[in-house]
Write a protein that binds this ligand. Structure first.
Ligand code: SF4
Length: 536
């Protein structure tokens, strides 16, 4: 189809999306893909029509079409060849059985453009119809001159939309959003920052992040499932459809076919060392939001103090809340953290912000052992030297560092999923080859997710001092210790809570993605300001 077309022909499907919602067309054009059950039904119902091999003599399936002057390309599901040589177009649509099989404006425009394309290719088209797969009903569609004129003007509008560098604003309180497959990436209500009437749809409620922790294990693909084996025995098997991301801890192997499948499915793999340091991640070649990513780099270089302030203020607020909820005592520290939270919101420079953040962290970690139950934490407390990062030797810091690694993996996954670059941040420096944006965004989740998971695992007696070995005076987590922490972190991240800004129930895992998309909105110009999650 390429000969005779200028560069960048416009896909006909984007015109149909423009009719439905201009923002939806833009999101599709920048590569935002969603994987809802609704999309799966659509794909399944098209499967036969999408298979050119199932064509018969007088019924051609999945036919590529185009219009040279309009620089349009597209595909017809089915084209029937009639006795007189004229053609009949059949467009497949999957409409839920409970919804009436109605011809929408978008369908009419799509058929009009398909007809214009086929006529431009020298064919005579006699009729066009929609086949509603759920109802097994064919509906003829009449097209007049006005319909063709409307279709042409939508094609021109679609070209303007998809070449714009800024996304059209979301619809406001519009019923279309409730049936839109892109609601979970568009966030129409959250962008408005008003009261949210609808809940955003979770892409796939059953999907999960898989952690490979058994050292020496190998994960591969077999018959559409991810299969994990260790020492020749199968230790896990689950459908690839249920996998949302994969985290590899230490010495675990992946087959090339599995890596390829994950990339095809736009799913991120994060590799961590056995002590929980994130060492890398995979990113598919087709990544959404290329232009906003360029803007992100510009914003990172120029600075976005407004976003950075909110990261720190939320982090400090959540530290204070964790102490208030769980620590016996520590009132002065809580009051001090609340003051730091307010200061973080009004500082004039990144330098001041780091100062506020550093003071708050020192105060919080001085009180941190108060979060632990005295009966379970004797040895953890005894060896606690205060907070130590990468080169920690004591069990409590080692456990915290491991949990921060798990959290960083989740945040990287969310940042990559919405097309942002984990390396271009607004608070942490991008100059030291660190995943600065992921480190920025994880600040507000440290206390409620990572610290909380460690504290709960110790207080419940799940993580005990025997889960650490001493190597030359330095503590290391055993395999059992790693499994305990992964399980505790997973329980915590799947917990639902009421989003303090938007007021609906959401899992912490989903909340990380919502916050990443809020950053994206600040970068692409569709979000007024970043608002961090502050637990109460
Ligand atoms: S959720 Fe609403 S505003 Fe967003 S793309 Fe879909 S229809 Fe458009």
């Amino acid at each position: 189809m390429s000969s005779g077309f200028s560069a960048d022909p416009l896909p006909l499907s984007l015109v149909a999306h423009t009719v439905f919602c201009e923002r939806r067309a833009w999101l599709e054009a920048v590569g935002e893909r969603t994987d809802t059950a609704q999309m799966a039904v659509g794909v399944a119902s098209h499967r036969r029509a999408d298979d050119p091999g199932s064509s018969r003599d007088r019924s051609v399936r999945s036919l590529d079409i185009g219009h040279k002057r309009m620089n349009l390309v597209g595909r017809c599901d089915v084209v029937d060849v009639r006795g007189d040589g004229s053609l009949g177009i059949v467009e497949y649509k999957a409409t839920p059985v409970r919804r009436r099989p109605e011809i929408t404006e978008a369908m009419r425009i799509q058929l009009a453009l398909q007809r214009l394309c086929l006529e431009d290719m020298g064919h005579d088209v006699a009729e066009q119809q929609v086949y509603f797969t759920g109802h097994n009903v064919h509906a003829e569609v009449e097209l007049d001159d006005e319909a063709f004129d409307t279709a042409r003007s939508f094609a021109r509008r679609a070209r303007e939309i998809v070449s714009a560098s800024i996304a059209p604003l979301p619809l406001v309180d519009d019923a279309r959003c409730s049936s839109c497959s892109h609601i979970s990436v568009c966030l129409p209500d959250e962008r408005a920052e008003g009261e949210v009437q609808r809940r955003i749809h979770v892409a796939d409620p059953d999907a999960q992040t898989v952690h490979l922790t058994t050292q020496g294990s190998r994960a591969s693909v077999s018959k559409g499932r991810m299969v994990v084996k260790a020492r020749g025995e199968e230790i896990a098997s689950l459908p690839l459809e249920r996998v949302q991301g994969l985290v590899v801890h230490g010495n675990c192997d992946l087959s090339g076919a599995l890596i390829r499948q994950m990339l095809w499915r736009d799913l991120t793999i994060v590799w961590c060392s056995s002590v929980g340091r994130v060492v890398g991640w995979s990113r598919p070649a087709a990544s959404a939001n290329g232009l906003p990513r360029v803007r992100q780099h510009v914003a990172s270089a120029e600075g976005r103090l407004d976003i950075a302030r909110e990261f720190v203020a939320s982090k400090v607020a959540n530290q204070a809340t964790l102490l208030r909820r769980n620590a016996d005592g520590g009132r002065e520290t809580i009051a001090r953290l609340r003051r730091s939270q307010r200061e973080a919101g009004v500082v004039d420079s990144l330098g001041q912000l780091f100062g506020v953040e550093g003071d708050a962290a020192a105060a919080y970690f001085r009180e941190f052992p108060l979060l632990l139950s005295p009966s379970r934490s004797g040895e953890f407390r005894r060896r606690w030297p205060g907070r130590a990062g990468r080169h920690a030797h004591d069990p409590l810091n080692v456990a915290l560092n491991y949990a921060y690694g798990l959290l960083l993996g989740e945040v990287v996954r969310a940042v990559v999923a919405c097309g942002l670059d984990p390396h271009a941040g607004f608070l942490h420096s991008s100059a030291r080859n660190k995943p600065a944006l992921a480190l920025d965004l994880m600040e507000e989740f440290r206390a409620p997710l990572a610290d909380s998971a460690v504290v709960t695992a110790i207080n419940n007696g799940e993580l005990v001092i025997d889960d650490f070995t001493d190597v030359l005076g330095s503590s290391r987590l055993t395999e059992r210790g790693r499994k305990v922490l992964v399980a505790g972190f997973e329980r915590r991240i799947q917990t639902k809570f009421t989003h303090p800004v938007f007021g609906y129930r959401v899992s912490w895992r989903r909340a990380i993605e919502v916050q990443a998309r809020m950053v994206l909105g600040c970068v692409d110009g569709t979000q007024g300001r970043y608002v961090g999650i502050k637990t109460r």
